[in-house]
Write a protein that binds this ligand. Structure first.
Ligand code: MG
Ligand code: MG
Length: 629
């Protein structure tokens, strides 16, 4: 399978776009004339420059308002086509896209359009080029790929074929399985785009809200399954018009595009194994079994603050690294690694961000499969020189440069804690009943949320929960939870739009998508709260008004309410269960820990409590920032 992307999908000047497209791994492009009109090179130079990047020009697009015209308008349309064919020859591109007409004077009529295309086919043959016809969802007379196909069929010319675009088919809710009855060799090109389901004008929706396959709500996989079943074996190309992407980095958008395309075709192949798809082998999406460890980069007095906070949460120092200044803190299944090395990745992370999460270890069904799939999807492998006694654990760089390690139980990797760490004797802090990591919350710019959710869902068997709005008193934060099967691992992606939100302020001091909080599960939060108090843990103080309000919102037993008030525990409930949570005070510039208990089948994260939690955190941060008198 040849992979392609339309140059209009990216921001930047033409050369920047080509660099990004080639670096992401695409085989070629759809070229948009306006993209290179601004370039100083001649069409021949532009074509050579594209090929110098190792890219093919699969398609020249778009040519508008061709069919259904009469008299002088018709002659003019043919004249325009002739000029574009000449230009294509200069560029070195043999396929032109004609989209269905929106011209007010076009007459309609399947046979009239077919006649226009038959005649154009002759002209195309003379110039040794081909023409593909695409039904725009808002075309004046033709807005359905089945009608476009009928025109192509009746034109009956080897130089005239069909172009399919998932957006135009799926936006009009046309059954993609209708593609299965079109001969694959008459489909000249396939364009893909997804989009979020929003009720709005089709043209506006298409021009501003398209996104990568897998990022939206359209049945792009079903569409592509039907295309593959038809026997089509040409390029598969992304044609994405999106305001956010146009404002984003061309490298990031191109990488996301490549990842989404490879992931999509892999899904198509797996769901329809009898249909051959020309794609190199890669392991399937991997099951996540849990968080193996969270690693902090820290140093000096910041380490002491972090370690005393961990101690007050009931963690014990369980070991010290055999060759590095790295300690392991553990409580039941939860492992927190505190890395004070100066030389390695953690050292760099500390120098840039101060105390922060620099590495996440994920327990997966197969670490080597995860690594192999991640790199097939375009992720960069990560490695650093191994110290004495260190195991080589498969790792990649996530988006924004953070590190993810993969561990599994099937190999020597499961022994890493015994092999690399030596136990400590002197730990007398007690356990607080924290059993496992419930979720990790990453904060990012709102514009980066789609990239991160694609990154995780294309690699792991994780599903997206519905997007939730979190109300910060100073602005909105969008929250998207990703959940592994059996809820073994969850990540919440929090997209900050306003800098004055707690998330936005935290983000302004970092880069990438830092972990802002880590939530630990307990089976009995009231017992845990009691143990935490004994350990000297300082919970985030929740205002008394919160509990008064809670009593008015829910039917809650007086005794339970007073126990929550006493322990600063927040509460939520949904149709299937109850939720209790408490927070630590913020540390390291706005990070915090959360302790939670889920009862019944409660699936959320307490979004309704966020305004109160955030207000309390902000009050505290303001006090901390006040100069000591
Ligand atoms: Mg299109
Ligand atoms: Mg949370």
């Amino acid at each position: 399978m040849k992979t392609s992307i339309a140059t209009v999908s990216l921001s930047g000047n033409f050369r920047e776009k080509l660099d990004a497209i080639a670096a992401a791994g695409f085989d070629g492009i759809e070229i948009f004339e306006q993209d290179f009109i601004a370039d100083e090179g001649s069409p021949r130079d532009v074509g050579a420059m594209i090929r110098d990047h190792g890219l093919e020009i699969f398609l020249f697009q778009p040519f508008r308002d061709f069919e259904g015209l009469t008299g002088g308008l018709r002659a003019k349309a043919f004249d325009r086509a002739r000029r574009k064919f000449d230009l294509m020859q200069e560029l070195g591109c043999d396929l032109m896209l004609i989209c269905s007409s929106i011209h007010p004077d076009s007459l309609g009529g399947i046979d009239r359009a077919a006649e226009d295309f038959r005649e154009l086919g002759e002209l195309a043959a003379q110039r040794d080029v081909r023409v593909g016809y695409e039904a725009l969802a808002w075309g004046r007379h033709v807005n359905d790929h089945r009608d476009a196909w009928e025109i192509v069929r009746r034109a009956d010319h080897p130089r005239i074929g069909l172009i399919l675009d998932s957006f135009h088919t799926l936006a009009r809710e046309i059954d993609p399985d209708t593609i299965r009855s079109i001969p694959g060799d008459r489909i000249f090109f396939v364009q893909l785009a997804d989009a979020p389901l929003i009720q709005m004008d089709l043209l506006y929706w298409s021009r501003h809200f398209r996104n990568m396959p897998g990022e939206g709500d359209l049945a792009v996989t079903d569409f592509m399954r039907a295309v593959a079943a038809s026997g089509y074996s040409g390029p598969v190309s992304l044609e994405i018009f999106n305001d956010q992407f146009r404002g984003g980095s061309p490298q990031g958008v191109a990488k996301d595009g490549y990842r989404s395309l490879i992931h999509l075709m892999d899904e198509v192949r797996r769901s329809q194994p009898e249909v051959p798809v020309d794609l190199p082998f890669m392991p399937a999406r991997v099951a996540v079994e849990g968080a193996s460890f969270i690693e902090f980069a820290s140093r000096g007095h910041e380490t002491r603050t972090l370690e005393s906070l961990l101690g007050s949460l009931g963690f014990k120092k369980a070991g010290h690294h055999v060759s590095k200044d790295v300690s392991l803190w553990q409580q039941n299944e939860i492992r927190i690694v505190v890395n004070q090395e100066r030389g390695d990745f953690a050292g760099t992370a500390y120098n840039v961000h101060g105390t922060s999460v620099c590495d996440i270890g994920i327990t997966v069904a197969s670490a080597s499969d995860t690594f192999e799939r991640a790199t097939a999807l375009g992720a960069k492998p990560f490695s650093q020189p191994l110290g004495p006694g260190q195991l080589s654990i498969p790792a990649i760089r996530g988006l924004g440069g953070s590190i993810l390690h993969f561990l599994d139980g099937s190999s020597e990797l499961s022994k890493v804690w015994e092999v690399e760490f030596r136990g400590e004797e002197s730990c007398d802090t007690g356990d607080a009943g924290l059993t496992r990591i419930d979720h990790i919350a990453q904060t990012m710019l709102y514009e980066e949320m789609l990239s991160w959710s694609l990154f995780y869902t294309s690699l792991f068997r994780m599903r997206k929960a519905p997007m939730v709005d979190v109300i910060d008193p100073d602005g909105l934060v969008r929250s998207q939870a990703l959940e592994a099967e059996n809820d073994a691992f969850r990540i919440t992606l929090n997209g900050a739009e306003a800098h004055r939100t707690l998330a936005g302020t935290f983000l302004a001091d970092s880069f990438g998508a830092p972990v802002q909080h880590i939530a630990f599960a307990t089976a009995d939060i009231f017992e845990t709260a009691r143990l935490l108090e004994a350990l000297g843990f300082a919970p985030l103080k929740i205002s008394s008004n919160y509990y008064d309000d809670l009593a008015s919102r829910f039917e809650i037993d007086e005794e339970l309410l007073s126990a929550m008030r006493q322990a600063n525990i927040l509460y939520d409930r949904d149709a299937s269960g109850e939720f209790f949570q408490l927070y630590s005070e913020p540390f390291a510039g706005g990070m915090f820990f959360e302790v939670l208990e889920r009862r019944g089948g409660y699936r959320g994260y307490g979004a309704a409590n966020a305004p109160f939690r955030i207000a309390a955190q902000k009050r505290l941060l303001r006090t901390l920032e006040m100069p000591a008198a």
